[in-house]
Ligand binder design. Sequence first.
Ligand code: ADP
Ligand code: MG
Length: 240
Amino acid sequence: MIEVRDLYKNFGHLEVLKGINNKVEKGEVVVVIGPSGSGKSTFLRCLNLLEEPTRGEVYIEGKNLMDPRTNVNQLRQDVGMVFQHFNLFPHKRVIENITLAPIKVKGENPKEAYEKAMQLLNRVGLADKANSFPSQLSGGQKQRVAIARALAMNPKIMLFDEPTSALDPEMIKEVLDVMKDLAREGMTMVVVTHEMGFAREVGDRVIFMDEGKILEEGSPDEIYNRPQNPRTKDFLSKIL
Ligand code: ADP
Ligand code: MG
C-alpha cells in the first residue's frame, strides 16, 4: 500500500528526514513513536505530499508520488489525514465540514454527500451534533468529526498525527475507540501516537524514529518489552 525508499527531507539547511525506508501492507496498522523533533510529522506529511520530499521515493499503491504524471488530487483523496489540532473549518457547521470536500473536490451530489456524512457521524457517535459549530464541541468531539471528515473521502489509507495529544485525558478514549474500530475493519493506518494501549491492541508494528531515521521497528511486544536500541530504551523509559 505504501512504500518509502530512501526518503530525505530538508528545510533549508536543516536535514529532517535522513533516509527513511519502509513498507506498509494493506490493512496494516503502523504506530510511529519517537522524541519531539525527530521528524514523525514530516514523515507523515511526505506520505500525502503535504511536504515535498527532497530526495527519495514514495509509492502509494505502486504509484510514485514524485512522478509528474501522478494525479496529486486523487492521491490526496486516497490518503486521509487527521491532525493533532483537528483543523476543522471554524465557520462551518459539523455537517458542512464533512460534506465540503466530497461535494467540491469529488463532485458528489449534495444529497448523497449529506446522507453519507450522517452515516459517518452516527458511526463516531455524533449524529446529534450535525448542525453544531466546532466551537460548540469538546476536543474529543472535534477530533471525531475530523475523523469522519477524512473518512468521507473514502480514503484507502489514514494517517493520524498525534490525534489525542491535545485532548483532556477523559476524551482520549472516545477518539481511540473510533480509531480501534477503524483498524479492526481493515483500514491501512499510520499513526503517530504514544498511546501504548492503542499500539498493543491494534498495532501490527511499531517504528521508533530518532533524528530523522528509523532506529528500530518490531511488533508492539518487541518494541515495548524488549527494545534493542539504547535510544529506544531511553525514550521508552521517559514516556512509560
Ligand atoms: P516531530 O513530529 O517528530 O516532532 P517534525 O517532523 O514536526 O518532528 O519536525 C522535525 C524537525 O523539522 C524539527 O526540527 C522542526 O522544527 C523542523 N520542521 C518541521 N517543519 C518545518 C518547516 N515547515 N520549516 C522548517 N523546519 C521545519
Ligand atoms: Mg509532530
